[in-house]
Every structure is written in C-alpha cells, then in structure tokens.
Design a protein around this ligand. Sequence first.
Ligand code: CTP
Ligand SMILES: C[C@](O)(CO)[C@H](O)COP(=O)(O)O
Length: 239
Amino acid sequence: MTSPSYALGLQPRCYALVPAAGAGARSGAAIPKQYVSLAGKAMMAHTLAALARVPQLEATLVVLSPQDDQFEAAVPEFQGERAWVARVGGESRAASVAQGLDELLARGAQAHDWVLVHDAARCLLRPEWVQRLIETCWDDEVGGLLALPVADTLKSSAGGRVQATVDRREKWAAQTPQMFRLGLLRPALAQLGEAITDESSAVEALGHSPLLVESPMENFKVTWPADFALAEALLKSRG
Ligand SMILES: Nc1ccn([C@@H]2O[C@H](COP(=O)(O)OP(=O)(O)OP(=O)(O)O)[C@@H](O)[C@H]2O)c(=O)n1
Ligand SMILES: C[C@](O)(CO)[C@H](O)COP(=O)(O)O
C-alpha cells in the first residue's frame, strides 16, 4: 500500500474511534445498550474484541459519557498500550466523535492519519471486514465506509401511509466503520455540527464522494429491543 504521505516518508497510522456515549433509548434496555450482556459479555466487549484483532490499528479510542461508571468493570480486558479511553462524549453521536478526534490529536495523532469510526452498538463486527475497508481506502484521496446495498423495495411515507415508492437502485444502507483522514474529518464535522448521523455525510457535504465497501447485513446496529436476541444468537453461533 502506498500513499502520498508514505512517499514523503510519513507513513500514516490507523486509529479506531468507538463512540459509546449513547443512552440507547430506542433499545428499551434499563441500562445503556452497549453494556447489555450478550453471550456472556457486555455488547461493547464484542465490538472491542473484534477491533483488537485488526493488526493495522495503532490504537482504539473508546469515547464514553463523562458520567460513565461502568466501562472498566464491564470490559476489564480492554487494557494495554493500544486501548485508550476518554470520558468526553457529547449530547449527540456527532459531538462524541468530534470530541474523540480532538482526543486523538492530543494523544499524538496527525492530520494525515486515518480514523475508523465504529459504533459500539455494531457488535457483530468481524476483523476481516475492517481489514477490507482499510485495504480498499488506503490509497484513496477521500476514504470510505462499509455499507449494504438495499435489498427491499423502499417506500416514503406520510401519516403512516405510503406516499411513494422510492427507486432503490444505487441505494446503500450506511454501516460502520467509516474511514477518513483526521485532517479531513475534523473540519467536516465542525462545519456540519450535530445534524449529521454519520461521518460520511459530513465529508460528502464538503463535495467528496466516499468509497462504498460492501459489507453483510450481519454488521447491523443493535437499535431496537428485538435486536438483542438476534445479536446474541449470531454471537453464540460463532462459538
Ligand atoms: N451522544 C451520543 C449518542 C450516541 N453515541 C454512540 O453512537 C453509536 C450509534 O448510536 P445509536 O445506535 O443511535 O446509539 P444511542 O444514541 O445510544 O441510541 P438511541 O438513539 O436509541 O438513544 C452508539 O455506539 C452510541 O453509544 C455516542 O457516542 N454519543
Ligand atoms: C453511523 C450509523 O450507524 C450509520 O448507519 C448511523 O447513522 C447512526 O445513526 P444513529 O441514529 O445514531 O443510530
């Protein structure tokens, strides 16, 4: 893999940033969903275990809420030089990511380094999907994201009734990780603020077209109450 900074002798590094400061309101759980136990471990422990098996990652930064008092007990194995924690989460996912990027800079990351932002709530992640994303984006000017081509017929609605059938061709469901250079993502998020729901949107708003890297439905985000049972069944099936 080569890149402009590599040619100048500045080999970029890859960092993972895991926003985990949400409340999980839609999940209906009594505790933040990332701490719900699935197949014997906190949901987030599965997510972080997958990232720990990606050798290209220099470090993984977990962004927690300033009030979080559960992480160390829930994920005791997240330790060592490559395991970073910061209680700097904000009111929105975008704010938590933006704060995390500042933390990465404070810990020595540089503008040309890659950052892979991955939801704590996507606990079915497999290291090989992350590696495919890194290999696909490494030489790209912009970066990219894991995503799934839409399989269902899409409807827009009004008042619970179909308003229109939306052409599904060329439509993808965005997943994470989303991989961008720190020096591109940080100003993009600062410009777009809280309104955006993923990193790609912020980069797109600057006029860029991130790469779409196909990923399976298995990389879904635990969002609704029924998602816990599905995630647990899949985790258990992996043995
Ligand atoms: N203020 C926030 C909100 C979300 N997240 C994180 O962003 C990821 C994706 O967000 P989502 O699934 O929407 O999580 P929640 O915001 O916790 O869920 P909900 O919207 O149902 O409350 C999660 O890992 C979540 O912890 C975050 O770090 N900071
Ligand atoms: C980043 C994301 O997971 C891509 O699908 C999604 O946009 C997060 O959205 P949420 O509303 O914060 O769950």
